[in-house]
Design a binder for this molecule. Structure first.
Ligand SMILES: [Zn+2]
Length: 246
């Protein structure tokens, strides 16, 4: 079943606060150039504190690639640099409870699905893509889109205080789906399964049994040079984690 706007978007969002998953317009994102593209440093003329140059509109700058300034990157107040910036549609990734007190908030740029191949689109629509969160179409303001989590950026919370930029808010069901995508992206359960080779003879314990919350499977010493065995309790679901020897 395709994901629909009805199940994904809150029809009556409370505008007093922003939430994790909110889609907002008008957030500037700055991207540093690739390392292959040389950094261009901007030195205010006449030479002075960078704060002065940041505070007012600069009069003159000397621009040069980093190799062109012998003292590149040595200033304690940093360098002014050329970088690309764009005002974007974004989705808030930080948890709602952090939005009130954290100074820096994680957001991901939101792009329309235009130009995505049929196969990638299929997994995107199922929300089965580790780098993206799917956003179904909902009228003119919300074309079919996705948030690209791999391009996550950090913005100062002051950009996010205005709820008049809110395009859509997720339902609690969709918020849960976002949290699942994020935990897959950041915290894929670590461990070895039965398809993995044992890298080292050591004590191992099954983390799957631990996370599922049933009885704890006993530690076992597993020899290297074979595949990991099934867990005595959860069998093929085993997720073996090395345990330090006391
Ligand atoms: Zn187990």
């Amino acid at each position: 079943m395709p994901i629909t706007a009805d199940e994904w978007y809150d029809p009556d969002p409370d505008l007093r606060n922003l939430n994790q998953g909110d889609v907002l317009d008008g957030i500037p994102l700055v991207y540093a150039p690739d390392k292959q593209v040389r950094w261009v440093l901007l030195r205010p003329l006449p030479q002075g504190a960078l704060d002065d140059a940041r505070a007012g509109l600069p009069r003159t700058f000397k621009a040069n690639v980093e190799g062109g300034f012998p003292s590149a990157w040595e200033r304690e107040d940093g360098e002014l640099v050329m970088a690309s910036a764009a005002v974007c549609r974004v989705q808030i990734l930080s948890r709602s409870c952090n939005l009130d007190w954290k100074k820096h908030i994680q957001v991901a740029p939101v792009y329309s699905i235009e130009g995505i191949g049929a196969e990638a689109l299929e997994s995107l629509r199922e929300n089965d893509n580790a780098f993206s969160f799917y956003l179904p179409p909902d009228g003119d303001a919300m074309p079919e889109s996705y948030a690209d989590i791999s391009l996550k950026a950090t913005v100062h919370v002051s950009y996010l205080r205005r709820t008049d930029h809110l395009v859509r808010r997720l339902t609690s069901r969709a918020q849960l789906a976002l949290q699942e995508v994020l935990s897959e992206y950041y915290a894929k359960p670590f461990g070895f399964d039965v398809k993995d080779h044992v890298p080292q003879t050591a004590l191992y314990r099954c983390a799957n049994c631990f996370f599922v919350g049933g009885p704890n499977c006993p530690m076992s010493e597993i020899d290297a040079n074979q595949n990991f065995p099934p867990c005595p309790l959860c069998k093929e679901q085993a997720l073996w984690v090395k345990v330090p020897r006391e």
